[in-house]
Design a protein around this ligand. Structure first.
Ligand code: NAD
Ligand code: TYD
Length: 353
């Protein structure tokens, strides 16, 4: 049956991958893609789908009540998938306010408008509708050396970014508990793949390697992140929309834990052996650590595996090659996103660090 999706943040990294995924997977679909086009949003990520009749792009802020209300009045929205967010921890340390605005107040605005559009009576909603909040494992905070985050791990965010995502999650849960709004929350581990903005570890290191620039590793580089190829995350989100039990949280991760310095060395090795033999580990520079840096994240994905049958398909060794290959083939994309304000950002974040 045909569904209409309101996807927010669909010009960003995961959102644009999700739009490509949906259009490939579902013939009979309409996607309304709402994005403010901040520094992280980029219409080049959507170039191949801009003429697709099943995709409508609207430049708007998720905090803007009138603009979002107009979308609910104009389209028969069945699903809201909320990717829109300020997403970078380092930026949240420098300027937390915009994280509260977009991530918390923006989510609340979407919840209010979805509830108003879908409500048919007290605690009843149009059949088949759902609000899906795209969240992160970072809301669980810092994991010790053992164990994994499960859906019942208490929220314990440390960075302004993760605090804003946890606050949004709590509002989403509250709308389920209080108003019975049909919803799910997904909490995924670190993503990597095409279209990721080069402020994040993997594309930043790929870009610097390809340009023979220093590779800034925070602290000792032994912090552990659990990496998932973005297409596997997109598949999980679509499965949760179709099959997830309303009100439930689903953790998404592929048991792919790696210390940061291992990731950096894998990129160096691949670039050295296939592209530029002069690239070496001598490019690594250990710089002052991030404030409040969480040491380890690790997801237990048992629930989504058992309940929904989700399995990751792309193993890290393949995913990293696909990713480096994509950045090599899309050097123009990288040139565009690293010109202008990116240079200033890089200077502020890394110079003299
Ligand atoms: P991103 O920064 O690449 O993209 C965010 C998008 O949101 C951009 O297109 C931006 O223009 C848009 N946006 C920002 N503020 C907006 C506003 N006020 N109104 C409308 N649009 C706005 O982020 P991403 O890495 O694609 O992450 C997407 C979502 O997934 C986020 O909610 C993030 O918390 C979550 N997530 C990310 C990861 C990861 O590893 N990147 C992992 C788990 C969860
Ligand atoms: P990042 O990609 O910013 O994602 P997150 O902070 O949401 O996990 O960073 C991933 C890890 O890499 C994190 O432990 C910080 C580290 N890191 C560096 O060591 N150097 C860098 O230049 C960046 C951007 C990140």
């Amino acid at each position: 049956m045909s569904k209409t999706y309101l996807v927010t943040g669909g010009a960003g990294f995961i959102g644009s991958n999700f739009i490509h995924y949906l259009l490939e997977k579902h013939e009979d679909i309409l996607i309304v893609n709402v994005d403010k086009l901040t520094y992280a949003g980029n219409l080049e990520n959507l170039a191949s789908v801009m003429d697709d009749k099943r995709h409508v792009f609207v430049q708007a802020d998720i905090c803007d009540k009138e603009a979002i209300e107009k979308i609910f009045l104009s389209y028969p929205i069945d699903y809201v998938v909320n990717f829109a967010a300020e997403s970078h921890v380092d930026r949240s340390i420098k300027d937390p306010d915009v994280f509260a605005r977009t991530n918390v107040m923006g989510t609340l605005n979407l919840l209010n408008l979805a509830k108003a559009a879908w409500q048919t009576g007290d605690d009843t909603y149009r059949p088949g509708v759902k609000f899906l909040q795209v969240s992160t494992d970072e809301v669980y905070g810092d994991l010790g050396p053992e164990g994994f985050f499960t859906e019942t791990t208490p929220l314990d965010p440390h960075s302004p970014y993760s605090a804003s995502k946890a606050a949004a999650d709590l509002f989403v849960q509250a709308y389920g508990d209080t108003y019975r709004l049909p919803l799910n929350i997904t909490r995924c581990s670190n993503n990597y793949g095409p279209y990721q903005f080069p402020e994040k570890l993997i594309p930043l290191m790929i870009n610097n390697c390809l340009n023979g620039k220093e590779l800034p590793v925070y602290g000792d580089g032994m912090q552990v992140r659990d990496w998932l190829y973005v297409a596997d995350h997109c598949k999980a989100i679509d499965m949760v929309l179709q099959k997830g039990t309303s009100g439930e949280v689903y953790n998404v991760g592929g048991h792919n834990e790696r210390p940061n310095v291992f990731i950096v060395k894998s990129i160096i090795e691949y670039v050295r052996t296939t592209i530029d033999p002069t690239v070496s580990e001598a490019l690594i520079r250990h710089v002052v650590d991030r404030k409040g840096h969480d040491r380890r994240y690790g997801i237990d994905p048992q629930k989504i595996r058992d309940k929904l049958g989700w399995e990751p398909e792309i193993m890290f060794e393949d995913g990293i090659k696909l990713t480096i290959g994509w950045y090599l083939e899309n050097r123009k994309w990288m040139e565009h996103v690293t010109s202008g304000s990116y240079q200033k950002y890089y200077e502020q974040m890394y110079a003299g660090r």
